[in-house]
Design a protein around this ligand. Structure first.
Ligand code: MN
Length: 521
């Protein structure tokens, strides 16, 4: 169930909305490695086969981004020209390479040195099965990726360049699914390269884990983090009209159930109106800035009626990155994970490890936040409620209350380890949650893999945050691709995790990053 009321939203706000996009604006380039050893005729056939492969990929219906065939490259000059062109093309979010014939890899050195776009090496072959009876040397000269792709792979490894290697026949849906994952990640990577994150207020005072090096984040991850005084938002808020608020409250009424105190004539109706006012102001402000993500801080709300809860929930559902208490890293990661998962059915959210439930094998962690949980993960229609909030000293805030779907998902975070960013990803199993009649927040309930004890201990040992970006639709593979493209450390906590091996991994990683930095300087 999609909670956002698209028609209303479009009518009210989306007139000049530039921040939201989708995959049709992007291209992935397909470059085929070949050589002239077997004469021009062979290359003509390589070219025809490549065309057919690209056509097949595009017509499979399994790829979210269009593949554009860029021809064969037969010399160092051609390789370098193709990869430089990929760098400079704004639509191109990544390059797929495939060596139809043996493509001597020294000719790839200069091009690969230049390439700054994500790289996928597709180890496939035009011909599916060996034609045992008819195979001759002409056939062999044309179906050489078995060794040609190894020659290419050696060079990429020798250059220590991260890339995704997908192995499979090009018509196989399993291979296509892996390409599709990488495409979504490459698109989210492109999106992050001009991501502006607006912070209202700073980090919650004294909190370490959500803080970090914003300069390094821009160098490594691409996004830019800016600060805006809350007074600037107040100025926008003061210009919001009653008619705009009335229209938005109508949208709320069409989309959610309402608690009695929130209905027309109810004692907290005014709080719903104030929530709508701040939502309109926030969206307008972010649109004017061209921002894709934002953070709030409950200690920095002068001139705002209430801590924005409902607004943050609804903006997250539209794809705006959000992090509470100044948590810009989670805001960025949420936007990136939302972007990867566009069009997928179950949703994603910013979440916080809230409280523990010890219950033997079903021991679980309640996931919630005081207000800001994205309604995309709701199991059924959310309920709009207004209640007091014992923090921040403002008026009672409006929020959507719901429990979340069951099923597997991934929780992810990025922490700053001082000399590098570490992404931690935990596969989790969301189980049936119960209503919280005295705690009016939206929530989910999950058991971390491989189980509660090991999963939680591993997360803590890895230095993970209490805030996460969570998705039902993504798998670890998406975040693995992301960490590879970004070139950041990745710690996976899943069914295979044991504490002794994790401890060793963390120590080895420390050594790796220490040496890496020393070698670079
Ligand atoms: Mn929090």
């Amino acid at each position: 169930m999609l909670i956002t009321d698209k028609n209303n939203k479009n009518k009210l706000y989306n007139k000049n909305h530039k921040t939201m996009t989708n995959f049709k604006d992007f291209e992935v380039w397909f470059v085929t490695g070949a050589q002239l050893l077997y004469g021009g005729d062979a290359v003509v056939q390589v070219d025809a086969h490549s065309n057919e492969i690209v056509k097949g990929l595009n017509e499979s219906g399994n790829l979210p981004v269009k593949v554009i065939y860029k021809g064969t490259v037969n010399s160092a000059k051609e390789v370098t020209a193709a990869l430089k062109a990929a760098n400079n093309d704004t639509k191109c979010i990544g390059v797929i390479t495939w060596m139809h014939t043996f493509s001597p890899a020294k000719m790839w050195i200069h091009g690969l040195q230049e390439l700054r776009k994500p790289l996928l090496h597709f180890h496939t072959q035009f011909n599916k099965e060996i034609p045992w009876e008819t195979m001759d040397m002409d056939f062999m000269n044309l179906n050489q990726s078995a060794h040609g792709d190894r020659e290419f792979g050696h060079m990429v490894s020798r250059m220590r360049k991260n890339r995704k290697v997908v192995v499979g026949h090009w018509q196989d849906a399993k291979a296509q699914a892996k390409i599709a994952i990488w495409m979504r990640v490459a698109a989210a990577w492109a999106d992050a390269q001009d991501m502006l994150i607006i912070r209202f207020g700073d980090q919650m005072n004294n909190v370490a884990v959500t803080d970090g090096d914003k300069v390094e984040a821009e160098l490594k991850l691409g996004y830019h983090v800016d600060y805006s005084p809350i007074a600037e938002l107040v100025a926008v808020q003061d210009k919001v009209t009653d008619a705009e608020i009335a229209a938005l409250v109508k949208t709320y009424e069409a989309t959610y159930d309402f608690a009695d105190n929130c209905k027309e004539g109810g004692k907290d109706r005014k709080q719903v109106i104030e929530a709508a006012r701040v939502e309109i102001a926030l969206r307008r402000f972010l649109e004017a800035k061209g921002a894709k993500a934002f953070t709030t801080n409950f200690d920095d709300l002068a001139g705002i009626d209430q801590l924005p809860g409902l607004a943050c929930q609804r903006l997250m559902a539209e794809g705006y990155g959000f992090g509470a208490e100044g948590d810009w890293k989670t805001a960025a990661l949420y936007r990136t994970m939302w972007f990867m998962g566009q069009g997928m059915p179950k949703g994603c959210s910013f979440l916080e490890d809230y409280t523990l439930n010890f219950d033997g094998e079903n021991s679980a962690i309640l996931q919630a936040h005081m207000l800001e949980v994205c309604p995309l993960i709701a199991e059924k229609k959310p309920r709009l409620e207004v209640h007091p909030l014992g923090i921040g000293g403002k008026n009672d805030p409006a929020r959507l209350v719901f429990t979340s779907k069951e099923g597997t998902g991934v929780a992810a975070t990025v922490v700053d380890m001082g000399n590098r960013f570490r992404m931690i990803v935990n596969q989790v199993d969301c189980i049936k949650s119960k209503a919280l009649p005295k705690l009016p927040v939206a929530s989910a309930l999950w058991i971390p893999q491989p189980n509660f004890e090991i999963g939680a201990a591993a997360w803590i040992l890895a230095g993970g945050t209490h805030h996460t970006s969570f998705s039902y639709d993504l798998t670890v593979e998406y975040l693995e691709d992301y960490a590879d493209i970004a070139g950041i450390e990745l710690v996976i906590i899943d069914k295979e995790t044991t504490i002794p091996s994790l401890k060793k991994e963390l120590k080895y990683n420390d050594l790796y990053y220490m040496l890496n930095r020393a070698l670079q300087s």
